[in-house]
Design a protein around this ligand. Structure first.
Ligand code: ATP
Ligand code: MG
Length: 239
């Protein structure tokens, strides 16, 4: 089939029980891209990522992955297909070690079989995690905890990584490090849908971007063009 996107949302209406958050969201991500999803607090960015993984109520619309509708699949099946999220707030097991947290990410059968190899890859990307392999996760610095959250997500061997505000709460210099990591992951073959508050930084490393407000996509296009948009500058870049 021509023009099959890696991930595609079509007229997605979703929310929580009776509370509708997403109102007809159309978006797509192609293999090898970094796509940014930005917008104000409460716009529905996290809800979009959760909806892609089947963690919300989908009222109507379709979500396709590699050309096939996945809306009937439970979350773990979607993860098996290669979709993984690095959740907002990281969701680490604070009383477990770095190593144990990483292993917890390798929970699909295929990922478990490849866990030694994947662990080597993760330690190569994040040497600091290797040094701190036996440290209790709750005692890591903010930056290290974020690396662990990303590392754990990588343990499931994702083809597409949904990242929810990976730079949240980090010092400016560590924020830049996180953006470097995102670029590096893409270079390693992982496609990325990136939700971020740091609009300028995220557009600078992205191929395309979507701007969401009140559950609707209100702007979209090549990231470079959006960076030049007066409307976007006024609303998000404080320029
Ligand atoms: N579990 C839930 N149950 C009910 N409503 C929820 C739930 N999670 C989020 N919401 C509501 O859905 C709306 C969108 O929230 P969402 O977390 O998707 O926004 P966001 O764009 O990620 O915001 P932020 O930038 O603050 O993270 C908000 O009004 C929020 O209160
Ligand atoms: Mg959010």
């Amino acid at each position: 089939m021509a023009n099959t996107h890696m991930l595609e949302l079509e007229k997605v209406e979703a929310g929580y029980g009776q509370f509708r958050v997403l109102h007809g969201v159309d978006m797509h991500v192609d293999k090898g891209e970094i796509v940014a999803l930005v917008g104000p607090n409460g716009a529905g960015k996290t809800t979009t990522l959760r909806t892609i993984l089947g963690m919300t109520t989908l009222y109507s619309g379709d979500i396709r992955y590699q050309g096939r509708s996945i809306t009937k699949l439970p979350t773990h099946k979607r993860v098996e297909l290669g979709i993984t999220m690095v959740p907002e707030g990281r969701g680490l097991f604070n009383y477990l070690t770095v190593y144990e947290n990483l292993l917890a990410g390798a929970y699909t059968k295929e990922a478990w079989e490849k866990k030694e190899e994947t662990l080597e890859w993760v330690f190569q990307l994040f040497p600091r995690l290797k040094e701190r392999k036996n440290q209790i996760a709750g005692t890591l610095s903010g930056g290290e905890a974020q690396m662990l959250a990303i590392g754990r997500a990588l343990m499931s061997r994702p083809k597409i990584l949904l990242m929810d505000e990976p730079s949240l709460g980090l010092a400016p210099i560590i924020v830049l490090e996180v953006f470097e990591i995102v670029k590096k992951l893409r270079d390693e073959g992982v496609t990325i849908l990136l939700v971020e508050q740091h609009v300028k930084h995220s557009l600078e490393i992205s191929d395309r971007a979507y701007v969401m407000e009140m559950g609707r996509i209100v702007m979209q296009g090549p990231a470079k063009e959006l960076l030049q948009s007066e409307e976007l500058k006024k609303a998000y870049l404080a320029l």
